[in-house]
Design a protein around this ligand. Structure first.
Ligand SMILES: Cc1ncc(COP(=O)(O)O)c(C=O)c1O
Length: 371
């Protein structure tokens, strides 16, 4: 087995895989002087909403801003409690914090998605909202969460940052709640050339709120300032880039599912690992594998071994779940989530890795556990 170089993620490819088309777009948009809130942005929003089966998409500066906008527009206010899975990016909690609400972290389940049982246990008289993260390109059990929300009169605002195209019972992440936020950070499955995001809703009133929040509270028809707003706009140039990439997104999802299948097949007999659910292992879920996150015995040694083999891996969130950021004021103990934190590792999954690369990763992992 000769050593290879397989970076965890190939950042230049975000550009080079589409170099000719993106360069043309750059020249076209630039020479039109179409920089802010122009037609390319409207086109992207329309195509994105259509792709997701959402009524409205609002393109934003990044995913975190989209989450803040979604929470605000859905009516989450200062002092409200918002329940979220601790296995998420700190941005989920920051968005809750920055609308003045209180982030309440709970456990994830076996598939690393928020545990509905723990959501239900965490509900108090102050709870206003459940904010599930559609983590790693997989949806949460949206049936259970929707039932709980209905029973306790709560709103759902989805953190769909990692979930573009992931489905639960045929419905896309980002379309279940009152609102949702998505990220197009370069390493996301639909990766921008820099920061970018989008907010979603099926509710016309919330849509209007999102539009006002995004652009200084200005009514897009009259330009009049009708409420407080911020500048949460996506650049028109970025929208044009993303609109182009969206055209081939189906192929990208397909390839990632193929890679996940190959990992699952090659590793499923190893008792030292817990693998993510394989594609098609549960017909309710259509996963797009933003990440291929395993739990591994002797995780740190395995990571070192793979590094020596030239294989890049990543420990999500630097190995700390949100409730472990005690400087933010969290003091919960979430034993299952902590166990996941101590063993989770992400293997390379992107459009640059070949089947040979994947087989090499599989062989290298098998070699480690044979020793
Ligand atoms: C789960 C999750 N939530 C929120 C975000 C924030 O998105 P952004 O980096 O675009 O602000 C990210 C992306 O990094 C994420 O993975």
């Amino acid at each position: 087995m000769a050593n290879r170089k397989i970076p965890f993620f190939n950042y230049p490819a975000v550009f080079t895989d589409f170099e000719n088309e993106l360069t043309k777009i750059f020249k076209d948009v630039g020479s039109r002087g179409a920089f802010i809130l122009q037609q390319d942005l409207k086109d992207f929003e329309k195509n994105l909403a259509e792709f997701m089966g959402a009524k409205f998409a609002v393109a934003t500066s990044n995913g975190t801003d989209a989450l803040v906008m979604g929470l605000k527009a859905a009516g989450v206010k200062a002092g409200d409690e918002v329940i979220f899975s601790s296995h998420t990016f700190v941005a989920t909690a920051s968005a809750i914090h920055f609308v003045g609400a209180i982030p309440v972290p709970v456990e994830c389940g076996e598939d690393h998605q928020i545990s509905p049982d723990h959501v239900e246990k965490a509900i108090t008289s102050k709870t206003k909202c459940i904010m599930p993260t559609q983590l790693n390109g997989r949806c949460c059990d949206m049936d259970r969460l929707s039932e709980i929300a209905k029973k306790h009169n709560l709103v759902i605002v989805e953190d769909a940052a990692q979930g573009l195209g992931a489905k639960f019972k045929g419905q896309c992440a980002g379309t279940f709640g009152a609102a949702a936020g998505m990220s197009f950070y370069p390493a996301k499955v639909l990766g921008g050339l820099g920061d970018a995001g989008a907010a979603f809703t099926n509710d016309e009133k919330i849509y209007r709120e999102l539009i006002l929040l995004r652009d200084h509270g200005r009514d897009p028809e009259t330009g009049d300032v009708v409420t407080w707003g911020m500048n949460y706009r996506m650049d028109n140039l970025q929208a044009a880039f993303l609109n182009h990439k969206l055209k081939t997104y189906d192929k990208v999802m397909e390839r990632r599912r193929e890679i996940a299948s190959r990992y699952n097949e090659g590793l499923k007999d190893l008792a030292n690992l817990v693998l993510p659910p394989a594609p098609n292992s549960d017909e309710r879920y259509f996963d797009i594998y933003q990440n291929y996150e395993i739990e591994a015995e002797k995780r740190d040694q395995l990571k070192t071994h793979l590094g020596e083999k030239g294989i890049g891996t990543l420990i999500q969130w630097g190995g700390k779940m949100v409730h472990q950021f005690t400087k933010l004021g969290f003091n919960q103990s979430l034993p299952f989530t902590e166990k996941v934190a101590a063993s989770m590792l992400m293997l390379p999954i992107n459009m640059s890795v070949t089947n040979d690369d994947i087989d090499y990763v599989i062989e290298s992992i098998r070699e480690f556990y044979k020793r």
